[in-house]
Ligand binder design. Structure first.
Ligand code: SF4
Length: 293
């Protein structure tokens, strides 16, 4: 009877601390042992870390957060100081991705890609696509690029950012001192909208579970959103890209930069200068001096 009461009190204290479920039988066993060995008042302070979410669970979108470039805890309400020197990493990796080695991530991405290849959630896109365009690159990439949706070339080749916009992106990648192979590149949508129209909000929402799964698997330190569609969906915002560029945001533990899409740069070459300014903010945050490359 005493054990039951202690067990209930301990469960209640864990619940108040935010623990909503017990992932493993061993945790139940641990709880029983804690209820037997530790007074309830102490057990409240001995709450275990919150169980890690299932890797492919889709958390609800959170609003974008400006981050401040300070060595201590980030001030989530202030934009970063663009000219300040890069500071130490202030957000730690969640435990789950650290336990995944490269092979685990490759297998996980292959499993998601398999589901995507059969996906028919967007009827029109599923009926008109040549193939799905999942994503390519380093499964352990530090930097993830997210674009809008496959175009005609991508639909044909099954790879994001090929064609003219892709060629321009390659030049940008080179200017940053990176290679395609060290990045991970994907889109908001994995199927081409007919006529290269913008993805509808419903289509973007349909495909968000796959994007989220890719982000969780690769677990990048930095995300670059190319264009309005990517920026607004990744950060769950309606702010125009022109007002989102030029500063860093936070999504989960990743820092997010939003800038113009390479297709827009093909139509408006003067905007290349603005994109380079944006990328220099990211590079500075990463401790990279592009002029020394
Ligand atoms: S765009 Fe995404 S959600 Fe829509 S059919 Fe293609 S894979 Fe499925």
């Amino acid at each position: 009877m005493q054990l039951d009461r202690l067990l209930i009190q301990t469960l209640e204290s864990w619940h108040r601390a935010g623990v909503s479920e017990l992932a493993q039988a061993s945790e139940v066993q641990g709880l029983l042992e804690a209820a037997q060995a530790v007074p309830v008042t102490k057990a409240r302070h001995a709450v275990p870390s919150t169980p890690a979410p299932t890797r492919l669970d889709v958390p609800s979108k959170s609003a974008p957060t400006h981050i401040q470039n300070t060595p201590s805890k980030p001030n989530h309400s202030e934009p970063i100081t663009k000219t300040s020197a890069p500071q130490e990493t202030i957000v730690t990796k969640p435990s789950l991705p650290q336990t995944m080695n490269r092979e685990d991530r490759i297998n996980c991405l292959a499993e998601i890609a398999g589901r995507v290849s059969k996906c028919t959630k967007c009827k029109e896109l599923a009926e008109t696509r040549t193939q799905t365009v999942f994503g390519v690159g380093n499964p352990e990439a530090k930097v993830m690029f997210i674009g809008e949706a496959p175009g005609a070339d991508e639909d044909k080749q099954g790879e994001p950012f090929v064609g003219r916009a892709g060629k321009l992106l390659d030049k940008i990648i080179e200017a940053c001192g990176w290679t395609r192979e060290e990045l991970y590149i994907c889109n908001i949508l994995r199927c081409r909208p007919p006529g290269n129209r913008n993805p509808s909000p419903i289509e973007a929402d349909n495909c968000s579970e796959y994007l989220q799964a890719q982000i969780e698997t690769v677990d990048p330190d930095y995300i670059v959103c190319w264009g309005t569609i990517a920026a607004q969906n990744v950060l769950n915002s309606k702010t125009p890209i022109g007002r989102m560029r030029g500063e860093l945001f936070e999504r989960g533990r990743a820092r997010v930069l939003c800038t113009y899409h390479p297709s827009y740069l093909l139509r408006n070459p003067p905007a290349k200068k603005l994109v380079w300014e944006d990328l220099k903010i990211l590079l500075a945050e990463m401790g990279i001096d592009p002029d020394k490359k």
